[in-house]
Write a protein that binds this ligand. Structure first.
Ligand code: AMP
Ligand code: ZN
Length: 432
């Protein structure tokens, strides 16, 4: 079964008409309701009448993460709070998170695109979904949950953590579908092996995303869990998971183009790249009410594939994410920017702003270590003072980042200096 086949398989001409009409509606909506977008459009001397078809998209202003941060919390909303029925949030570049608001119609759209995702992976009402994405402000848990309910499956909202108990329930309840981050899938697989319960599992399918992963990881997950593993992509600013999804071909992710118009730009010139070239993925949401975004720069690098897919869906495919055009790290599913770390360190006069972040993956779990130099006048062998300082900084980092690093206070001048742009991160994981 293909969910809402009429959209997923419609001809490109018909899609163009729908996209153009939805784009016009979206631009009118943001111009009328969002002072932020009205001002941005006025700065470029454009009005909603200038936007008639998809080709006019390039006239519109870009939106970036800092626009959301600068207008925290609700400055980009295009619907009154009385119409907003759900809020989600994700990390911004410094202390404040970025916030997304959904109307009832938006939640309906979201569950629709996830229903498409799950049916594209061959799932239906007789499946039992084990949803081990985090529930809460993060979009993963509740997003996947709503799609699984929409297709009539039985849903286990297990969320993250307590891995052995998860596996116990997975075997007791006979879960057939697993949704989580790919690194957690590998961790689960390892624990299942250790517990010796692989033959008790009924899993046959998995949907994994929220962080980058390679084809090698896909093969490993499929082999270890004995399932087919599908990629699912999305971001809070645009909707959450389900913006694009693998079909049975597992070769690129179909973008829900009746809801989101993709562009690929050169992150330096901001001009569109030639068709098929790699660049930064940009989305304009055309069916959202709560927080539509115009030309949102995801900073994710990929390319679009327009060749027809053997599955019959006409939506364009995006290849696996190949990297980022900024320095955002995703550590244990949490977005971390070096600027966030820096802003915390600057709060402590005892340390210098010379630091280095080390990220690695050991036993399928991300490790996160920060080395920071102490100022010469504060550097001492008074162990209890150093420990106390280390504790205070770690605590503050944990509360700002949403994830706790291992902090090492190091000697003055021990972190390598660079003559050019300073390099603050060593990421040894092979995720792209
Ligand atoms: P968040 O808004 O916190 O869910 O983070 C969204 C970001 O997670 C995206 O911009 C990507 O960088 C990353 N991401 C989400 N899904 C995937 C995926 N399937 N593959 C690679 N990266 C992903
Ligand atoms: Zn396909």
């Amino acid at each position: 079964m293909i969910w809402n086949e009429t959209f997923e398989c419609m001809g490109r001409d018909e899609l163009h008409l729908i996209q153009s009409s939805r784009l016009r509606e979206t631009v009118e909506r943001v111009y009328a309701n969002s002072p932020f977008y009205r001002r941005k459009m006025q700065e470029l001397s454009i009005t909603p009448e200038d936007i008639q078809t998809v080709e006019d998209l390039v006239k519109l202003p870009f939106t970036v993460k800092t626009d959301l941060r600068d207008n925290y919390p609700f400055g980009l909303f295009s619907a009154p709070m009385s119409e907003i029925v759900r809020l989600h949030a994700s990390s911004g570049t410094t202390g404040k998170p970025i916030v997304a608001g959904y109307t009832r119609k938006d939640l309906n759209t979201w569950s629709e695109i996830l229903a498409r995702t799950f049916t594209a992976g061959g799932c239906g009402k007789s499946d039992i979904f084990h949803i081990a994405f985090g529930y809460g402000l993060f979009t993963g848990g509740l997003g996947a949950h709503s799609g699984a309910e929409r297709i009539g499956a039985s849903v286990i909202p297990i969320s993250t953590g307590n891995t052995e108990k998860q596996i116990q329930l997975m075997t007791d309840f006979g879960s057939t579908v697993l949704c989580c981050t790919p690194s957690y899938a590998l961790y689960l697989a390892e624990t299942i092996e250790k517990m010796g319960v692989k033959d008790k599992l009924r899993l046959r399918t998995g949907f994994f995303g929220a962080e980058p992963w390679t084809e090698a990881m896909r093969t490993e997950i499929q082999n270890k869990l004995g399932i087919k593993a599908y990629d699912i992509y999305g971001l809070t600013e645009v909707m959450g998971p389900g913006v694009s999804y693998n079909c049975s071909e597992q070769n690129g992710m179909h973008i829900n183009e009746d809801m989101f118009i993709p562009e690929i730009i050169d992150p330096k010139t901001l001009k569109p790249v030639a068709q098929g070239e790699i660049g930064e993925l940009v989305f304009t949401t055309i069916y959202k009410e709560g927080m539509p975004v115009l030309r949102y720069r995801t900073k994710d690098l990929t390319r679009l594939v327009y060749e027809p897919c053997p599955c019959g869906r006409s939506f364009v495919r995006m290849e696996k994410i190949k990297g980022r055009s900024d320095d955002m790290l995703i550590i244990r599913g949490v977005n971390v920017f070096p600027t966030q770390v820096e802003s915390v360190l600057l709060e402590f006069p005892e340390v210098a702003p010379h630091y280095h972040i080390f990220v690695d993956r050991v036993n399928n779990t991300d490790t996160f270590e920060i080395h920071v130099e102490m100022r010469p006048e504060c550097f001492s062998d008074n162990l209890s003072r150093v420990l106390d300082l280390s504790k205070r900084i770690t605590h503050r980092l944990q509360s700002v980042l949403g994830i706790g690093p291992v902090l090492k206070l190091v000697e003055p001048n021990s972190i390598q200096r660079t003559t050019g742009k300073s390099v603050h991160v060593t990421d040894l994981r092979k995720v792209y």
